[in-house]
Design a binder for this molecule. Structure first.
Ligand code: ADP
Ligand code: GN1
Ligand code: MG
Length: 373
């Protein structure tokens, strides 16, 4: 997508009915997909009001109107549940700020789609675990999110990205990207390509289990990395699950696994010193405990048993996606330096190898919680 221009942002801001005087307008967060800004307004009496303004990525999300329908549906459902449970829906779920015409989005004169959310104050989204208690609390919150959406009518949700976690289909897309090699990069990443090709069984396993009816489809988040949750600065609790673009029917084991690949890693997702990258068994256990608790008895024994596999499949899939994007010329994930997607791919594969080494430890940890569940 083309870079957002200042004029474009000014036009968009005029089409939301924000109150007060705009005093600050800055790019925000470290998401790989949308263009996010934090706006600050000074209201009468000198108080500060913050909002999030986002340009939705139209390369990734072809149908932004349907996407926003999903988000308003899901957040209304969550709001009702949070109110019933005596919580604070202003902080515990995303709140969409409608545009001046009342729609939950604004389409600018260049054709781009924008949306705005109330800013969740006094909370932080972390790119890496700084305090293990935060990681545990994020697990409880993602589990609880799953529980709150257990009775959401799944058939009303649009599939915002077709086959998002269809790892088997992604394996085929990867092979095509290798064959086309449109950037002439394949020769320089033979080792990484072979790493993927050696693991076709990993790519296929959940699709086979699903077709045998061994694991249920649920309404899941599908992008459960630690920076997609706001941790309350005061209480340390996972106050709000954000980034709801991919809420769709999916697998709980994948939600679990995606959190592990990101949060249980001992290094950043794009660390170039692979010596620093490993999967922490302490963080794995902490997250498993929190997620099982958060789901409140809703997971089947089979789903719990498959948690190590969820971690491996999601880490493998993500590495394969980064490598596919590298081979295709970096058109999907935002990059901030040359070979950024390759660096990201390498951390994921290092984690997969580490999980393979620690496989029995992971199984043992999960068995312990499964016998208690
Ligand atoms: P992306 O899809 O690009 O990852 P996100 O929706 O996750 O976009 O937003 C990017 C970042 O912006 C988040 O990781 C978080 O730091 C911040 N953010 C998003 N929504 C809010 C919000 N309502 N309040 C505070 N911060 C937010
Ligand atoms: C993207 O949007 P963001 O940055 O939270 C991606 C995830 C990947 C993740 C890797 C819609 O997440 O699937 O796992 O990057 N989101 C989409 O960090 O593709
Ligand atoms: Mg995000």
């Amino acid at each position: 997508m083309a870079q957002v221009t200042r004029e474009q942002r000014e036009e968009v801001i005029r089409h939301f009915r924000y109150k007060g005087v705009l005093t600050d307008n800055v790019p925000y967060g470290s998401g790989h997909i949308n263009d996010t800004y934090r706006l600050t307004f000074e209201a009468e009496g000198g108080s500060c009001i913050r909002v999030i303004l986002q340009r939705m990525n139209s390369t990734v999300f072809a149908r932004p109107v349907e996407l926003m329908e999903n988000i308003t549906g899901v957040t209304s459902h969550l709001r009702k549940k949070i109110e019933e449970n005596g919580g604070d829906p202003e902080r515990e779920t995303l709140n969409v700020i409608p545009a001046s015409d009342g729609k939950p989005y604004y389409q600018d004169s260049l054709g781009d789609y924008w949306r705005s959310y109330k800013f969740i104050t006094d909370a932080t989204s972390y790119d890496q675990v700084e305090d293990p208690r935060h990681f545990y609390q994020s697990a409880v919150a993602f589990g609880n999110f799953q529980k709150l959406l257990a009775d959401y009518p799944a058939e009303t949700l649009y599939e915002t990205i077709k086959g998002f976690h269809d790892t088997k289909a992604r394996f085929q897309v990867f092979k095509e990207a290798v064959e086309r090699d449109c950037m002439n990069r394949a020769a320089s990443v033979e080792k990484e390509i072979q790493f993927v090709l050696d693991r076709e069984g990993v790519a296929n396993c959940f699709s086979e289990m699903q077709s045998r009816g061994e694991i249920p489809l649920r309404v899941t988040h599908n992008d459960t990395k630690l920076n997609n949750i706001m941790i309350d600065d005061r209480t340390g609790k996972g106050i709000c699950v954000i980034d709801l673009d991919t809420v769709m029917p999916g697998l709980a084991v994948n939600d679990f696994g995606d959190s592990i690949r990101f949060g249980a890693s001992t290094a950043a997702e794009d660390e170039t010193d692979l010596g620093k990258v490993s999967c922490s068994m302490e963080l794995f256990e902490l997250y498993a405990k929190g997620y099982i608790e958060g789901c409140g008895g809703k997971l089947t024994k089979k789903e719990i048993e498959l948690m190590p596999m969820g971690a491996k499949v999601m880490t493998f899939e993500c590495g394969m996606r980064f490598l596919t994007d590298y081979l295709q010329g970096d058109t999907y994930f935002k990059i901030h330096r040359r070979d950024h997607n390759l660096d990201r791919c390498r951390t994921q594969f290092k984690l997969v190898e580490d999980m393979e080494r620690k496989w029995y430890t992971m199984k043992e940890i999960i068995e312990k919680y499964n016998s208690l569940a």
